[in-house]
Design a protein around this ligand. Structure first.
Ligand code: UD1
Ligand code: UDP
Length: 367
């Protein structure tokens, strides 16, 4: 990797999951990496804490983007990225996933004729209500190197007519993120004991998608089901700032009373809690992948998923409402035998070598 000049690969990112999933690649690139953070996520606990905890070199930060409407996030980032790329042209640009930050990075690379590498290409929910679905389709159209995590992701791209010589199956970089950051068993035991939790004795839940947070009925239904579960065992809920805002705006704070609500957690602490949860409930993309590495059962609260690979064994997909509670109880009844079964299965998202493969591809394309 040292063959690449300093700061010659621009990695454009803006949110918590992008920081998690690009860490290993950034580390492998060493001085060649120039991390550009759009500021889409801006709270210390969604952004700065991850930069320091994950050991990411000091990013170049864009301004005026966090908390703005989607079009402004994309256009303001695009304008600033264009100026940055004009002043300091990179040899290639890397984006990950399907956020507004990733789309802005892709458009900026395209506008300057720079090679674009898309990490986590080819995911499709076929759900046009999701902004992420539009972002990822557009990024895949623009990308020169499409790093598909799984054969299914590659098939999605081929079905859309993407030339096969632009696609590589690399696995998902989240696998090495989990392997590299999961605290050892002693540290995990200390954390659980400090929180008064027992191994396999609690539920860990995260919710942040607009379909669950921006619709007060859906939000109420999710919280009602979690509160009902919390009558049987602790339910730990690290609240995304979007969700916290929407709960307050919808006057639903009372439904949090029985839950163990926390601020967003750092990555190591979140993984430690996920590793020993009897069950996870989430609408997160990354969590759907992480449970397959940690071997834990998951109930996904969403209308659709772009990660069908997780649904075969690890996860079930439900809508907000009583279906959620029923699915959660059914999965909890599986107990230790089910958790042992899951722990023995390989992750469908790869073997922990995705970042290394992508770094090698980058070296070839940036030459
Ligand atoms: C974004 C991504 C989503 C990803 C998620 C990861 C898009 C379209 N969405 O959703 O794909 O799953 O990040 O968490 O790119 N907020 C804060 N502080 C922050 C960040 C957000 O208060 O640090 C609040 C603001 O009210 C903001 C709202 O959350 O308006 C939404 O933030 P935004 O980044 O637009 O979308 P996310 O829901 O975080
Ligand atoms: N995560 C975390 N702390 C939390 C909640 C989540 O570190 O309190 C991590 C989680 O392990 C995963 C990533 O954040 O790696 C997922 O982010 P999010 O759910 O916000 O986004 P998505 O994956 O849905 O795009």
């Amino acid at each position: 990797m040292s063959a690449l000049p300093p700061r010659s690969i621009a990695l454009v990112l803006g949110t918590r999951p992008e920081l998690v999933k690009l860490t290993e690649l950034i580390t492998l690139l060493g001085p060649a990496a120039h991390v550009v953070h759009t500021g889409q996520h801006y709270d210390e606990e969604m952004s700065g804490r991850f930069v320091s905890e994950l050991g990411i070199p000091e990013p170049t930060y864009l301004t005026g983007i966090g908390g703005r409407p989607r079009a402004v996030q994309i256009s303001a980032a695009l304008e600033q990225l264009d100026a940055l790329f004009a002043e300091q042209p990179p040899l290639a640009v890397v984006v990950q996933g399907d956020t507004n930050a990733a789309l802005a990075g892709a458009l900026a690379a395209n506008a300057r004729g720079l090679p674009l590498v898309h990490v986590e290409a080819g995911l499709r929910s076929h759900d046009r209500a999701m902004p992420e679905e539009h972002n990822r389709v557009l990024i895949d159209r623009l990308a020169d190197v499409l790093c598909a995590a799984t054969p299914e992701n590659r098939d999605n791209l081929v079905a859309e007519g993407v030339a096969t010589d632009r696609i590589e199956i690399t696995g998902n970089t989240v696998v090495e993120a989990v392997h590299g950051r999961l605290p050892d068993s002693g540290v995990r035991a200390e954390l659980l004991s400090s929180l008064g939790l027992e191994e396999d004795g609690y539920v860990l839940a995260t919710v942040h998608r607009p379909e669950n947070t921006d619709d007060p009925e859906a939000l109420e239904a999710v919280l009602t089901e979690l509160a009902a579960l919390a009558r049987d065992l602790p339910v730990v809920v690290p609240l995304h700032p979007r969700t916290r805002d929407r709960i307050e705006a919808a006057g639903l704070t009372g439904l949090l009373a029985g839950l163990r609500v926390t601020r967003p957690l750092g990555y190591r602490d979140f993984l430690a809690l996920a590793r020993h949860a009897a069950l996870l409930v989430s609408d997160s993309g990354g969590v759907q992948e992480e449970v397959t590495v940690l071997g834990r059962p998951l109930v996904v609260v969403r209308n659709s998923t772009e990660r069908p690979e997780a649904m075969a064994d690890f996860a079930v997909l439900v809508r907000p409402g009583p279906e959620l509670g029923a699915a959660a109880r059914a999965r909890l009844r599986g107990g230790a035998a089910e958790r042992d079964r899951l722990a023995a299965l390989p992750s469908p998202f790869g073997d922990g070598t995705a970042s290394r493969r992508i770094a090698t591809l980058l070296t070839a394309h940036a030459a």
